[in-house]
Design a protein around this ligand. Structure first.
Ligand code: DOR
Ligand code: ZN
Ligand code: ZN
Length: 432
């Protein structure tokens, strides 16, 4: 017995087309009109958007070590609620993901408790201290799909060059959090209008773009696949655009918050607007939109970074950097970028599915016969306010509380299994 997802709206060549999908085991068996119900379970998806499960290449799951902020169980439940079926997790845990044992621990925890597929990212340097390369061969063998010291920048050019050489030999992408400490140290917001107004130390744009420029040169010298994390400045976008024009193996990601907010939008000294890189200027934000549009920026990621409420209440200067993102990403992008006409639905969906899959060579992110049945079902009509109390994530740290959004996921299927659905979808299913 399989499952039929009945009458969903599929994006086919940019158009929404009504189709049935037959799922058997973990596979999409058939996509067609009016499939025979036979003895299959039927899920009514009439009027709902049906997309491949989203892929988020930048998530902090916090386990092991920071379970008060998030766990693999709660972080992947949050992913499922957001329509994500695959998340890549950053290594700034305790211990850092710098040994095969920690990789294996994460994978087995995911197997036991996960509601989404987890792809571990290994550290570039031991304990992310920037002093000594990790054993990347052993990490790869254990299952990491890339390396990154996310949370901190790799400070010396020599260390980054050695990392790229090693990663390239092993076929691992290098994912870089670009931040020059000598420029950024002590800053808590973007150096600009907001920092001046409140007398706060700012993080200048060059703290990011200097690393982006340096690393592009190193990637060209070593042949590495270099991927820029959470790109946030106009200069970084220009550097990536030019590198791509030269044919360098450079890719980039951007977060919804950097696309939708700038420092002028921060209403008060509220650490729910504090993340790293910070919300930049309006000009930077416009450059990110343009870069995403023209393909300079490949994909959208959340940088889901849960912290406890107590930590986030310490004020702008003392609170840790980071906001949660998995459960608001698609509704934000749909409401603020698709419904406004800035992007088509297909453009946004592709940057969360097919593009990350292609860039990182992953076998997911498409809806087609024979593909793994990772599926998101989304209600494009119902408008709802963002309410962090409803999040599956332990983190409630979001600047989007109270935003009225459309495009809420209602059912998520991972390898043919429903891993999350709204009560409404559940009772409709039960009626069949
Ligand atoms: O805002 C951020 N939060 N940026 C980072 O680079 C790290 C992350 C975290 O781990 O909280
Ligand atoms: Zn980062
Ligand atoms: Zn991050």
């Amino acid at each position: 017995m399989g499952t039929i997802l009945r009458n969903g709206q599929l994006l086919i060549n940019g158009e929404l087309v009504t189709k049935d999908i037959l799922i058997e085991g973990n596979t999409i068996e058939k996509i067609a009109d009016d499939l025979e119900t036979a003895d299959h379970k039927v899920i009514d998806a009439a009027g709902k958007l049906v997309t491949p499960g989203f892929i988020d290449m930048h998530v902090h799951l916090r386990e092991p070590g920071f379970e008060a902020k998030e766990t693999i169980a709660t972080g992947t439940a949050s992913a499922a609620r957001g329509g994500f079926t695959t998340v890549a997790c950053m290594p700034n845990t305790r211990p850092v993901i710098d040994t095969p044992e920690t990789v294996k621990q994460i994978l087995s925890k995911t197997e036991a408790e996960g509601s989404a597929r987890v792809l571990p990212i290994g550290a570039i340097t031991v304990r992310e201290l920037g002093k000594e390369l990790t054993d990347m061969a052993a990490l790869k063998e254990a299952g990491v799909i890339a390396v990154s010291d996310d949370g901190v920048g790799v400070q010396t050019s020599k260390m980054m060059k050695d990392a790229m050489k090693m990663a390239t030999e092993l076929g691992l992408p290098v994912i870089a959090h670009c931040e020059d400490d000598s420029l950024a140290e002590g800053g808590c917001v973007h150096e600009g209008i907001f920092s001046e107004k409140h007398g706060l130390k700012g993080i200048p744009s060059e703290a990011e773009s200097i690393h982006v420029g340096r690393d592009i040169l190193l990637a060209e010298a070593t042949g590495a696949h270099y991927h820029v994390c959470h790109i946030s400045t106009v200069e970084s976008v220009r550097l990536v655009r030019e590198a791509k024009q030269r044919g360098a193996r450079v890719t980039a990601e951007v977060c919804p918050h950097h696309l939708l907010l700038c420092d002028e939008d921060i209403p008060a000294l509220d650490a729910n607007y504090k993340m790293n890189p910070p919300l930049r200027s309006r000009r930077d934000r416009d450059a990110l939109i343009e870069g995403l549009k023209d393909g300079t920026i490949d994909m959208i990621v959340t940088d889901h970074a849960p912290h406890t409420t107590e930590e986030k209440q310490r004020g702008m200067e003392l609170a840790p950097f980071g906001i949660v993102g998995l459960e608001t990403a698609f509704p934000l992008l749909y409401t603020k970028l698709v419904l406004t006409g800035a992007f088509t639905l297909q453009e946004i969906v592709e940057r969360m599915t097919k593009v990350p899959a292609d860039v990182f060579n992953l076998p997911w992110g498409t809806l087609q016969e024979g593909a793994v049945a990772d599926i998101a079902v989304i209600d494009l009509e119902i408008e709802k306010e963002v309410n962090p109390e409803e999040f599956a994530s332990k983190g409630h740290n979001t600047p989007f509380t109270g935003w009225k959004l459309k495009g809420w996921p209602v059912l998520t299927m991972l390898e043919g299994q429903v891993v999350w659905q709204t009560d409404e979808m559940n009772s409709e299913g039960a009626r069949q």
